[in-house]
Design a protein. Structure first.
Length: 453
């Protein structure tokens, strides 16, 4: 009791009024869902939050006092959910629900901090979950398989435009402008509260106008004459004229893939495929964003656009075209067995000869002068490294020229002795310089020691 009074006094001194009720977490979540989420959020958002509260949060930690909910308690709970086999995304959703509720509780001055913002959930991506959209060939196979299906026009729009499932099912005849050849995306069909509903699109950016492809326009005109009026009602309905259950549309898509043995993907992955194909075709990212109906271009780039083996192949082919000259390509194409042997072992005869010869650095390190070389950090060290690099490069080039006596470089062979003599003179001068520098450094250090003494 004393500790509780002390805490209440401390909160009062901080200007935090005492809560008028000792909430349990489960009680507050119920209040938050009914009074905050349901009146102000979309039905689909309410359904998502309510499901997670009812199935996970209330049964597991709903009995805890709201004011006593701590970071360690919530961290252990989320870790246990991961250990029980829940996906990282599911655990992230649980944290988001709790965090949203606790943020509201802070505004109502029921609690002083949001502990959900302080817990951590590991963010890992399983390679098995990496999205691999259909290639254009796979998309063509699906459209051919779906030709005889009653919802073929809807599938065609999903594949070509990458519309969200609800946006396709929510198209009205009034949204299809056959005169100006435009498609207006304004509403969607979705399931919420146990029933199929029609409402506005996901975001304001989702309200968009798209050009109506001629092939789509011709198909929809025939569809309108057969199934509905071009001015009233939904373009795609059940046989009784009701909105299509979104999940039934997904099941029909998956059944077609299974029947015709087309690589299975999610229906939503068609959006990823369109965004990726537009990227590969060189369409500017801003145009792709508007076509997809994304509120932020980063969503388009980071989530919906994927690299493909073909795009990587094209990119590296362009690198090769830029860097490989016609002469190099000709030499590679006409390579003999010796070159193939080089490719296999990673070294030609000339570079093997060079590798067998100790470098000037190794020779110097093993010499008496090298054992007494100046310590690293003396200003001359950088110049010596650069000088060694020049000598090593020249020696390698000379060795290569020696091995080409039966090629068109025969004239160079006559100059090899001259260059060797020049290199020998430079090496001698270099060794003398190193010895002089070493002696100078020793003298300088001796003087400094004497001064210090």
């Amino acid at each position: 009791m004393h500790e509780k009074l002390t805490e209440l006094k401390s909160r009062s001194n901080q200007g935090i009024p005492a809560a008028d009720k000792n909430w349990l977490l489960g009680e507050y979540l119920d209040y938050w869902l009914m009074e905050v989420i349901k009146p102000n959020k979309k039905p689909t958002t309410y359904d998502l939050y309510e499901s997670n509260v009812r199935r996970y949060l209330k049964p597991d930690i709903g009995h805890l006092p709201l004011i006593r909910l701590s970071v360690p308690t919530l961290q252990r709970y989320l870790n246990q959910q991961l250990a029980n086999g829940q996906s990282v995304r599911k655990v992230q959703t649980l944290r988001e629900v709790v965090s949203s509720a606790l943020t509201r509780a802070m505004r109502e001055e029921v609690i002083s901090r949001n502990v959900a913002k302080l817990v951590e959930v590991r963010d890992v991506q399983n390679r098995a979950t990496i999205i691999r959209p259909w290639t254009p060939e796979e998309a063509r196979q699906f459209l051919e398989a779906a030709l005889g299906h009653q919802w073929f026009p809807a599938f065609l729009i999903s594949v070509l435009y990458g519309l969200r499932r609800g946006e396709v099912l929510g198209l009205r005849w009034s949204d299809i402008d056959f005169v100006n050849m435009e498609l207006h995306i304004e509403q969607q069909v979705f399931r919420a509260g146990g029933e199929v509903r029609i409402g506005p699109v996901k975001t304001r950016a989702g309200e968009r106008d798209l050009p109506l492809l001629e092939v789509i326009g011709q198909l929809l005109m025939r569809w309108a004459k057969q199934y509905g009026s071009p001015t009233n009602g939904l373009a795609f309905t059940t046989s009784t004229g009701q909105p299509i259950e979104p999940q039934n549309y997904t099941r029909a898509f998956q059944r077609l893939c299974a029947k015709y043995q087309i690589r299975r993907i999610r229906l939503h992955d068609l959006r990823h495929g369109v965004a990726t194909l537009l990227k590969d075709l060189g369409v500017p990212d801003k145009d792709v964003q508007l076509i997809m109906g994304h509120s932020n271009i980063s969503i388009t780039q980071k989530i919906y656009q994927h690299d493909t083996m073909e795009s990587r192949r094209v990119a590296l082919d362009q690198v090769g075209e830029a860097l490989l000259s016609a002469n190099v390509m000709k030499r590679i194409a006409s390579a003999d067995g010796n070159t193939k042997e080089h490719d296999r072992h990673g070294c030609r005869q000339d570079c093997r000869q060079t590798h067998d010869t100790p470098s000037l650095v190794d020779q110097f390190n093993s010499s008496p002068e090298g054992k007494n070389k100046p310590a690293t950090g003396i200003p001359v060290a950088g110049w010596l490294n650069e000088f060694l690099g020049d000598l090593t490069g020249n020696r390698t080039r000379i060795a290569r020229m020696k091995t080409r006596s039966n090629t068109s470089f025969g004239g160079v062979q006559q100059r090899v002795p001259e260059v060797d003599a020049s290199l020998l003179a430079r090496r001698r001068a270099w060794l003398i310089g190193v010895v002089a520098v070493s002696a100078a450094v020793k003298d300088t250090r001796g003087e400094e020691t004497g001064l210090a003494a």
